[in-house]
Write a protein that binds this ligand. Sequence first.
Ligand code: PGA
Length: 249
Amino acid sequence: MRKKLVAGNWKMHGSLRQNEALLQRLRAEAGALSCEVVVCPPFPYLAQAQALLEGSAVAWGAQSLSEFPQGAHTGEVSAGMLCDLGCRYVLVGHSERRSLYGESDSVVAGKFEAAVRAGLVPVLCVGETLSERESGVTGDVVRRQLDAVLDRVGVAGLASAVLAYEPVWAIGTGMTATPEQAQAVHALIRSHLAACGFEAASAIRILYGGSVKPQNAVELFGQPDVDGGLIGGAALVADDFLAICQAAN
Ligand code: PGA
């Protein structure tokens, strides 16, 4: 049985004051949930997350990392630094990183490898754009994104990972994939990993992300291959995020 996981991707939102209220609330209520709960605030707030969440049922992680361990990479943050701040998770290959910051499949693979080497749990995001879906190449796109990582780390490198299927057209748009659309791609991901020789394909968790709300979470999380969610906008509102976590219970 795969334990459901709900991760909040705060993107570039928050302030010390706003975060405090949200984190305190999650800390107080997450213990009663049966799913795993993770928050991914911006880098400057990871220390605050650590201070407020240590010893609670909520884990924290970052939204990205450098593929390099250290050196002359101004503005970058290494996997080791995230470990220093108690992070357990890190998002890798979010579509905004790919499209707005030019992260290629090979850069994403490098970041994934850096995360695994440091003992972080990478949450590898994959997904197609609207035009890719409309041209019927969703499967090809998702397999290509997975293969780039598999070519780098092999199936063994996936052992600790979490995957997230995030159709780009559903992120922040209010246009959610239907439960059937999500299930179809989740099943495709799982069977592709099995076909590549990944023996734990039936055990790896695959989250759905893209306009998950309290109103659609139960149905999405009820699909056989959907193991929870990666939540953007709704992760900033305690009531909504907690309701989504409840839906994963
Ligand atoms: P959204 O974002 O829930 O606001 O669509 C999801 C994500 O970007 O991970």
